[in-house]
Write a protein that binds this ligand. Sequence first.
Ligand SMILES: Cc1cc2nc3c(=O)[nH]c(=O)nc-3n(C[C@H](O)[C@H](O)[C@H](O)COP(=O)(O)O)c2cc1C
Length: 372
Amino acid sequence: MTNPNLAVKVWNHQFRNPIIPAAGPNVGSGRMVQRTAEGGAGGLLTKTISRTAALVPHPNMVRFAKENLLNTELWSELSPEEWFDREYDIALTAAREFNLPLIASLGYTPDDLAALGPRLEQKGIDILEFSIHYLDEKRLTETARALRNSVSIPIIAKLSPHSGDLGEIAKMLDPYVDGFACINSFGPTLMIDIEHGTSLLGSQYGYGWLSGPALKPLALRCVFEVARVTDKPVIGVGGVARGEDVIEFMMAGASLVGVCSAAILKGSDVYGKIAAETARWLEAHGYRDIEEIKGLYLNRYRQGQKVVTTLEKTAWVNETMCKACTQCERVCQFDAISAPLKQIAKINSENCTACGLCVSVCPFGAIELVSR
Ligand SMILES: Cc1cc2nc3c(=O)[nH]c(=O)nc-3n(C[C@H](O)[C@H](O)[C@H](O)COP(=O)(O)O)c2cc1C
């Protein structure tokens, strides 16, 4: 079989694959955008700018549980002048060299957007993404309208999980925008340096915003919720670190996915690696084009599903696949699994409540839920 097709056309622009950067230090300068293109991203995006450079607390990034981050980076520490005089030129050169669309992120007030939007359009940016992160819910429509009235290129609204009901917000913004990005980092949240009893970040209370794989289930729910109320493209953002994550977001209804934390922690090659993993997954599952899986879950569960509260199923062990590792027994809260070391796991269906945990814990895919 030939390699599955990953190229997607969104907002009338051709993306060589659906994996693009999400705003952060990974695209915090023209040079970083260049690296993103070299690293295999399917399209490009630049760090959020506003009318003034951000006064960012230091330190502003800390890692936890290997792949996640807390940050208090706000928007770009570079001024708009620095971006317009130098950084966008470097980013645009990379975009043209690699034949990739370039999205510019901007924020935050209606005046900021009305001032910066036309300059970005004039500069040759293809698509604009504005962030609602620091906006009061009452100002959302006014903000989107200000940008809509000042530019003619496509506009994406990037939604934040703390802003409210994202389905309702998407409905409200839909008349003014051409698509959505879900989600920005979640918070505020807190981590403490317990050796010193001090804050790890330089913000007022040491608060930061959470990103990385810990955010993914929330991001997926938000993408699903927004995709249910709009036919416009949605960029899925939050915890994308491997090919399977791309598949999951696309099934929930995303047209593209954004990557920030994984690019920060693993380097700019991560975009291309995730794209290669995505292609391998598609090929192994018999798909020829990424579009074939788009909305698979969204369309199946648009109206929800019948909730089963009766005990119709029980766990079942495929003995040819069980490697006698004991993990299922350890997590079973109902005394329904017996798996002493080096012995194939046995299920006691009388005790099994079909909670499903052992199915997700088994590293070998040896347990399923089957009808009693
Ligand atoms: C250090 C850092 C800086 C960020 N800066 C911005 C920003 O300037 N504008 C923005 O819209 N989102 C910003 N984000 C949020 C990311 O774009 C993304 O929405 C979020 O981190 C979830 O994706 P991830 O799990 O792939 O990191 C930032 C995230 C991090 C970690």
